[in-house]
Design a protein around this ligand. Structure first.
Ligand code: ADP
Length: 340
């Protein structure tokens, strides 16, 4: 997650909530991608550190295990692997990434004709491959990046297969390490990410200014919902509506109990309830989910978060260094044997 400010409900439902479920099943690494923030915001880095703190607090509030969280810039291997992978990544692969042209057009006020921005998928591939993972938990919107990561890993493995002593295969296999390749091609663990609408009915996104933040207190949540757009067919109280065509209906589907959802369908389609009442119920559901998150968030001091991020980054460095040593050996970037 990039540190671009406090996280919103879309980030929570689309990513964080899934990660919380995965952490009991897998060995996980979750990081705040401050180096990625530089790819678009290099001209003004003044808010990266404070945003990193906010995102870390949101991660902890959502219930991520503190030891799994780290900060990308504090793990130097994230600077190292991109240089090596950049050597083997054809330019055409980068220019074809769907979001490349799209972002240059969308962010026309920023000069994105930089080496760093073109190369951000290599940075992303490195972020993933440093942990030699089996899976990357992402939503559909990120699948293209993982596909490119797989292609880069494949190309690396073709050029630089594992160099190993005779009979080392069995030992490596026993340690659940691929005996031939250093960089396994990770699979997408497609996480369900319902596209949560914002208060204006478009996809909830920071860039649209239509978000409900994970930190919004109850009165703010209720106020924001009051102004939320609804089924355009329901103009008067007596008009019948359809929750399937209403952004508030979408929120109910994610946050409300089955009983409330049934009341919403019934009441809206028969014009038995008004939008104000329906929005109140949606707010109830949201507040129910947000309360424990906000309480947990408030239980951490900034000093504790800094400590957590230091420890998490040390854990990540240790794991990433293991990969880098294997990468160096495979690429023969070592001094051993130089004199022989
Ligand atoms: P924003 O559009 O606010 O800048 P990001 O693009 O930084 O959000 O999104 C970070 C993560 O949150 C991504 O994994 C993305 O899939 C998820 N996400 C963001 N907005 C939504 C949304 N409205 N609904 C579902 N998931 C979302």
């Amino acid at each position: 997650m990039r540190p671009t400010g406090k996280l919103h409900l879309g980030n929570f439902m689309g990513a964080l909530a899934n990660w919380v479920k995965l952490q009991d099943q897998y060995e996980c690494y979750f990081f705040i991608a401050d180096l990625h923030a530089l790819t678009t915001d290099y001209a003004d880095t003044s808010s990266i550190a404070s945003n990193t703190m906010e995102v870390a607090l949101d991660f902890l509030g959502a219930g991520l295990n503190p030891e799994t969280i780290f900060v990308q810039s504090q793990v130097k291997q994230h600077y190292e692997l991109p240089l090596l992978l950049g050597m083997i990544t054809p330019l055409g692969w980068l220019e074809r990434v769907p979001s490349y042209k799209e972002m240059i057009e969308n962010l026309a006020h920023k000069d994105l004709t930089t080496y760093g921005f073109l190369g951000y998928p290599v940075l992303m591939a490195s972020d993933i491959l440093l942990y030699q993972p089996q899976f990357v938990p992402v939503g559909q919107d990120q699948q293209a990046h993982v596909e490119l990561t797989r292609e880069i890993a494949r190309r690396f493995n073709q050029f630089y297969p594992r160099t190993r002593a005779k009979n080392a295969g069995d030992i490596l296999r026993a340690a659940q390490v691929d005996p031939h390749y250093v960089l396994p091609e990770p699979k997408v663990l497609l996480t369900p990410s319902p596209k949560l609408p914002g208060t204006d009915g478009r996809k909830m996104s920071k860039s649209y200014g239509n978000t409900i933040q994970m930190t919004d207190p109850e009165p703010v949540v209720r106020q924001k919902l009051k102004t939320m757009v609804t089924d355009p067919a329901r103009i008067r109280r007596t008009d019948k509506g359809d929750p399937d065509k209403c952004p508030v209906g979408d929120l109910h589907k994610v946050f409300s109990t089955p009983e409330t959802l049934a009341k919403v369908y019934d009441g809206c389609r028969s014009a038995g309830i008004g939008c104000i009442e329906c929005k109140g119920w949606a707010a109830d559901g949201l507040v129910q989910v947000l309360n424990p998150i906000q309480e947990r968030r408030a239980s951490f001091t900034e000093a504790q978060v800094v400590e957590i991020l230091h420890a998490g980054s040390a854990r990540a460095r240790k794991r990433a260094e293991q990969t880098m040593q294997e990468v160096h050996t495979a690429m023969q970037l070592t001094l051993t044997g130089a004199a022989s």
